[in-house]
Design a protein around this ligand. Structure first.
Ligand SMILES: *[C@@H]1O[C@H](CO)[C@@H](O)[C@H](O)[C@H]1NC(C)=O
Ligand SMILES: *[C@@H]1O[C@H](CO)[C@@H](O)[C@H](O)[C@H]1NC(C)=O
Length: 257
């Protein structure tokens, strides 16, 4: 049948085409997933979620935020999005939710947004506007400000409030936390992309950084197509329950817009 193959080059071509056709015709297209970390954190917040997404064949990018202001974080996220083909699932943890809210606005490459214990402000609304509707988190009195005006959380308080359910990793996160600007709390958001895209939400049931009721109410307000409440989870739900978080991201990636 392949008697016309006379040279090694043709042999290689045949081999290549055999490998290509060997792929199952119904294999899901690889989706691009962009992960946006929050304040007092860095891209490695996603280190337990990333391998699960990659093992499923997704092209994953974790943005490394400057944390100098929400607009700076949005610009950094947009720079990452520009390099990546759509469709893209854009995921934000904590203040990363404020970032994906703006970065996704009028971006046709975004196929879904996933909020993980995250803020999803409305137009002209700040994180503080949302927080003041609930009891303030105890960690608010445990912030230290450096000479550049950037804040971190006292290490022992970080372990107590941010990720008490994964203590040993939490000590590492407390040590490597990204110093963040204070202005992000009062920054009034621009137009929200969550009005344009399907949204998914993960509520951390025992969150001492963002009130779990604020999270649950946010999921309702943005009309999330799916909300998962992880009972007992700290704010670091992406570290303490990576499979749950990866599963909802993959569900968003596999959904038709
Ligand atoms: C995968 O992501 C990288 C950035 O991490 C990007 O450069 C590349 O273009 C992406 N691949 C596709 C097919 O979009
Ligand atoms: C934003 O909200 C404030 C009240 O909180 C209001 O005074 C202001 O006009 C609003 N700005 C815009 C652009 O809607």
């Amino acid at each position: 049948m392949f008697s016309f193959i006379k040279t090694p080059l043709f042999g290689y071509l045949l081999l290549a085409s055999t490998l290509l056709t060997a792929l199952p015709a119904d294999s899901k297209p690889v989706k691009n997933i962009v992960l946006v970390h929050g304040a007092y954190a860095d891209g490695s917040s996603w280190s337990r979620v990333i391998p699960i997404l990659q093992a499923a064949g997704h092209n994953v990018t974790a943005v490394q935020q400057p944390l100098s202001s929400i607009p700076d974080d949005v610009a950094k996220t947009n720079a990452a999005l520009e390099q990546i083909e759509g469709p893209i699932v854009l995921v934000g943890h904590s203040f990363g939710g404020s970032v994906i809210t703006e970065a996704s606005y009028n971006n046709p490459k975004i196929s879904a947004l996933v909020y993980v214990a995250a803020f999803a402000p409305d137009f002209n609304q700040s994180a503080l506007d949302m927080m003041l509707k609930y009891p303030l988190p105890p960690v608010a009195t445990s912030l230290v400000t450096d000479s550049q005006g950037r804040q971190t959380i006292l290490k022992d308080k970080f372990v107590q409030y941010f990720c008490p359910d994964v203590k040993s990793i939490c000590k590492v996160l407390a040590t490597a936390q990204g110093p963040s600007d204070q202005g992000r709390y009062i920054y009034k958001s621009g137009q929200p992309g969550w009005k344009q895209h399907p949204n998914y939400y993960v509520v951390a049931g025992n969150d001492h950084i963002i009130n779990p009721q604020l999270e649950a109410d946010t999921a309702v307000r943005i009309k999330a197509v799916k909300t998962i409440k992880v009972a007992g989870s700290s704010h670091a739900v992406l570290v303490s329950h990576p499979q749950v978080v990866a599963d909802i991201i993959m569900e968003a990636a596999n959904a038709k817009k």
